[in-house]
Unconditional design. Structure first.
Lengths: 111, 112
């Protein structure tokens, strides 16, 4: 069974609609992260969590919110999707000293 | 402000030759560095890492070199194989901070 599962894998949504991406882990890891990957920008941290109900902002958090009500689930919500949020989103678990394990990603297109 | 930079967006190398990917950083507090490899439609996977107390770490065909005075690290792949074609990201962190800061990535293409 995969350690990190992201859903959906692909999504097309309209500008202005709310979107929620889900990350589920089976590793019981304390730390979880959401990154977005864009050409020319690499991987940029959106939000991260260091435990249930403990979250904090990353470098590109505007327009995004997160929730973590259970250790295994970390949700990323776009409150009102914009075209600039078209991207590939990756969830990860791990620590800086040992590295991360990433999910397979969600490709989101906002039209 | 990009704290971790990979100045070469792409690199092409003949199969069997050495591939050298470079990464520069600006934050002198970084003390742990990693390289990730990413295939299309997959998440990045860990490749190799190095602590700031070392200047070299080797794992099979992959070697990472760290030059702290120059704030520069490099990944050497020798010999290069077609399966090495991927995007490579360098990343850095500092002790007590669990967040990784990633570079912009270098697309490596191995030419048969």
């Amino acid at each position: 069974d995969a350690g990190i599962t992201q859903s959906p894998r692909h999504k097309v949504t309209e500008t202005g609609t709310p979107v929620t991406l889900r990350c589920h882990q089976t590793e019981n890891h304390r730390y979880m992260y959401w990154y977005r990957q864009d050409p020319g920008h690499g991987l940029r941290l959106i939000h991260y969590s260091y435990g249930v109900k403990d979250t904090d902002k990353g470098e590109v958090s505007d327009g995004y919110s997160v929730s973590r009500s259970k250790t295994e689930d970390f949700l990323l919500t776009l409150e009102s999707a914009t075209s600039s949020q078209t991207s590939v989103y990756f969830c990860a678990t791990g620590t800086g000293g040992y590295g991360y394990t990433f999910g397979s990603g969600t490709r989101l297109t906002v039209v | 402000d990009q704290q971790v930079k990979q100045n070469s967006p792409s690199l092409s190398v003949q199969e069997g030759r050495i591939s050298i990917l470079n990464c520069d950083y600006t934050n002198s507090m970084f003390d742990y560095f990693l390289w990730y490899k990413k295939y299309p439609a997959e998440g990045p996977t860990f490749l190799i890492s190095i602590s700031s107390i070392k200047d070299k770490n080797e794992d099979g065909r992959f070697t990472v070199f760290l030059n702290k005075s120059a704030k520069h690290l490099s990944l050497h792949i020798v010999p290069s194989q077609p399966g090495d074609s991927a995007v490579y990201f360098c990343a850095a962190s500092n002790f007590g901070n669990e967040k990784l800061t990633f570079g912009t990535g270098t697309r490596l293409t191995i030419i048969p």
